[in-house]
Design a binder for this molecule. Structure first.
Ligand SMILES: Nc1ncnc2c1ncn2[C@@H]1O[C@H](COP(=O)(O)OP(=O)(O)OP(=O)(O)O)[C@@H](O)[C@H]1O
Length: 438
């Protein structure tokens, strides 16, 4: 590794979990559908730096961290540590990697063996790697316990005798025992009381300076990220959607997902608390079947309409949801209408009933009143649906309303603050996107 090269380089890393969906799938020999937990992520971490990895639960943060350090087998991609390809390491080189890279887990209650004394827990990695003499190891463990804010006298105590914060300090001492260069901190403070969180974060900060550590800090909590990190990577459904210096990312977030995450953090100022928030609607879709194009588009408040369409975002979102429901055949055609006279489930309404069924479907499926141009398109599509032709209805809506966000996956790109969003690509020029976000 030459000067200026990153300590860690992750290139197009993928980790899929393969599972049969159910016993029936297995019986019928259906192809298993992979859980695409990490689906092509790339980033670099420089020596002495803390990179934050943030995103909602289930976005693949822990899997990315564990795969990077070889706790999980990768499906594809490459990770370099100190210029060496991590997944090709064997023998002594692999042992050296396992010393140089450590991980601190979220839950200090389950990650420490309850039958071992604290001294033995912290000493175990030294034993595994055959570091020093018996006495040297003992001295080192005592020194580490004191360094993380515990007392050397607590050497022979058991984990259950400690508080959550103290247990996390034990986990940190254990990770530092073999003098690592790089530590993955996976939600290190999420299980702790708020009052203890800052103390543990400050400790990690001090230890970083003292021992020249490089960190990957995984957290769903933006305030933790802001407190500790130099740069932040935002992850959504197995992909990185934005990465940049912490001040820029918090001060001028580019991706609608990053903005929504920031908006959903409670703030101290009354003014800001009172202002309208774009909050994150709905849940993260399944990583078995992620949305086409931009994966955030199903929840995005700024989906890009076709160039020729002049349409409010709220109306556009409603029409996209309508089409998605029709495509999934997720509309009940039974007992349409107030008098439940029209049951069009079995093959569609007769010609004379189509207008009434169309009207009834519209009342049921749409919440807002549509401008005339869109009402005409929707009326035609719903008439096709009322007549039982699902495909024609979906095609009509797709032809009129399909977004670039569902057609094309945006690239993350290069530079110091890249973002994977069509609003920042060529499409940005014809929208009132980022420049109006102040
Ligand atoms: N061993 C496994 N087998 C199958 N699916 C898994 C496995 N481990 C994780 N997953 C799935 O992979 C996806 C990513 O999980 P992961 O734990 O990496 O997310 P995360 O962002 O770290 O969330 P959390 O903070 O809740 O741990 C989730 O949908 C999860 O259910």
């Amino acid at each position: 590794m030459s000067a200026g090269d990153p300590l860690v380089r992750v290139d197009d890393l993928r980790k899929y979990f393969w599972e049969h969906d159910s016993l029936l799938d297995r019986l019928f020999g259906d192809e298993p559908v992979p859980v695409r937990a990490v689906d092509g992520v790339s980033f670099e971490i420089h020596e002495g730096e803390t990179l934050g990895l943030v995103g909602e639960s289930g976005c693949g943060k822990s899997t990315a961290g564990e795969t990077m350090v070889r706790l999980q087998e990768p499906t594809d991609g490459r990770v370099e540590f100190d210029g060496e390809p991590v997944f090709a390491l064997e023998g002594d080189a692999l042992d050296a990697f396992r010393r140089a890279v450590q991980i601190v887990f979220q839950d200090p209650f389950s990650s420490l063996d309850p039958r071992m004394t604290v001294g033995d827990i912290v000493r175990e990695p030294l034993d595994v790697h055959g570091v020093g003499t018996e006495e040297e190891r003992r001295d080192r463990v005592r020194g580490l316990l004191e360094r993380v804010g515990l007392s050397a006298d607590q050497f022979d105590r058991y984990p259950h005798e400690f508080s959550g914060g103290q247990r996390q300090r034990i986990g940190i001492a254990r990770a530092l025992a073999v003098e690592p260069e790089f530590v993955v901190l996976d939600e290190p403070t999420s299980a702790l009381d708020v009052s203890v969180q800052a103390q543990v974060l400050n400790l990690l900060d001090d230890l970083q300076d003292e021992f020249d550590l490089t960190y990957l800090l995984i957290s769903h909590d933006l305030s933790v990220i802001r407190h500790v990190c130099d740069r932040v990577a935002v992850m959504y459904l197995g992909e990185i959607v934005e990465i940049g210096p912490v001040d820029e990312l918090f001060g001028a977030p580019k991706h609608p997902y990053t903005r929504a995450l920031l908006e959903s953090v409670p703030r101290a100022s009354t003014d800001e608390r009172e202002r309208d928030r774009e909050t994150l609607a709905g849940d993260v879709p399944s990583p078995r079947d992620p949305p086409s194009g931009c994966r955030f588009r199903t929840r995005c408040p700024m989906v890009i309409p076709p160039e020729t369409l002049d349409i409010e975002q709220e109306t556009y979102r409603e029409l996209m949801t309508l089409r998605e429901r029709i495509e999934r055949r997720d509309v009940s055609l039974e007992a349409v209408g107030t008098d439940e006279r029209l049951d069009i489930a079995g093959g569609g309404a007769s010609d004379e009933d189509v207008p009434a069924a169309t009207e009834a479907l519209k009342n049921r499926l749409l919440e807002t009143e549509l401008p005339p141009r869109h009402e005409a398109v929707v009326d035609e599509a719903l008439a096709e649906l009322a007549a039982g032709d699902w495909a024609a209805a979906a095609d009509r809506l797709r032809a009129e309303y399909e977004s670039v966000c569902e057609r094309e996956a945006p690239d993350l790109g290069d530079g110091s603050h890249p973002v994977a969003c069509h609003l920042h690509g060529a499409a940005a020029e014809r929208t009132d996107g980022p420049s109006s976000w102040t």
